[in-house]
Ligand binder design. Sequence first.
Ligand code: SIN
Length: 494
Amino acid sequence: MTQTSDISAEQTRLALKRPDLLREAAYVGGEWITAEARIAVTNPATGRVLAHIPNLGSEATLQAVTAATAAQGDWAGRPAKARAQVLRKWFDLMMAHQEDLARLMTAEQGKPLSESRGEIAYAAAFLEWFGEEAKRAYGDVIPGHQADRRILTLKQPVGVVAAVTPWNFPAAMITRKVGPALAAGCSVVLKPSELTPLSALALAVLGEEAGVPKGVFNIVTGEAAPIGEVLTTDPRIAKFTFTGSTAVGKMLAAKCMDTVKRVSLELGGNAPFVVFADADLDAAVEGAMASKFRNAGQTCVCANRFYVEAPVAAEFARRLAGRAAGLRIGDGLAGETDQGPLIDGRAVAKARRHVEDALAGGARLLTGGTTLDGLGAFFAPTVLADVAPDALLTREETFGPVAGITAFQDEAEAIALANSTRAGLAAYLYTADLKRAWRVSEAIQSGMVGLNTGLISTEVAPFGGVKESGLGREGSRYGLDEYLSIKSICLAVD
Ligand code: SIN
């Protein structure tokens, strides 16, 4: 049983300049609501409870859908420029409170403070970008199919949007959906992860201050099942958007089909990181560090399988292990760190299972492979060489700081290995040969390719996958289309 004094000690450690950004209530129809049933939010670095949030069920979720439905028409009726002004103000407020938002994020999610600051800027950028884009959501005038006919197209908001977001990016995965939805003229009911709801609730505080009208943005907190049931089946919801695991995404998408909702899914990845012998090895190691160890390996786009051409495989592994061993691990609120805890004990157990399986299959441990002492869910940055091509860590997304390296002989083998899973989100490729760069980029089955770079995420580029990694695109000008319907008007001119 967690003592109230422990919770207040965790909250004091946050040292927020705006303590009111920490909310222990959900946000429905512009009101902050509580419930008797509550869920504890735990700091994964200390294992201590940080706050409690309401465990709302289907009734409160229906209320939120009602509020969003009532608010949507007025919001959609405002000029795009007016909606953009609200989003721009929300962006400004997020940046003005970047430090507080980052500290909250580190406390509930565990990522280093520098990464949390970066995520707040990344998250805010989606509000700015989509506010601007919505002003340019043009339709067409199409030459008619008969002499006396003209065809016009309008882009209209799809309606009420339900969004379900994960714990690994507690702010950016929200604004990447809510930014385009609000910009397009939709209202939103959001269910953030119950592991990291505090960032979402802080965003709502700032959204309200920015002038988001009551009911346009609602947050329902609680366990997934009853909330998800309403959000996937209520006919008033026109669009369902989800970021999370492939297994859960498939199940939710199937439920949405009864009411034929528009669905976008950003699901699991299992990114190959391919290094050819002609590559700049320093750059490849740098990119591998950024891709693999960002957020302790808990990103859908992080490198999960390293394929390195045989002549440079040992040297790449040696250099990567040296860099990984130097990462500073710890509680991001207690000092400078490069890697925080994993989200919970289950995540640690999975990383350990993947390492053990690789070792049983003949891999060599170059660094890490261990949990760390203390209360938190820490797992050391790990590098394994000589990993078998069918090891568990190549077949499943590890979602942890484990890099397993497999050597390949030629380009054809590299492509075959890269394409050997049902996932197709991101892929990374290092080579100095321009022709090969094109060939392999085109041959790899993924929605995104990092070509001589390990970081690909930005609000200006389309983000999304092929195969079982998802449907639709987020970010970029394409991300707005997910929240717009095309209506065609056939006009008789005679
Ligand atoms: C994700 O892990 O789903 C998102 C990662 C990113 O936006 O870079």
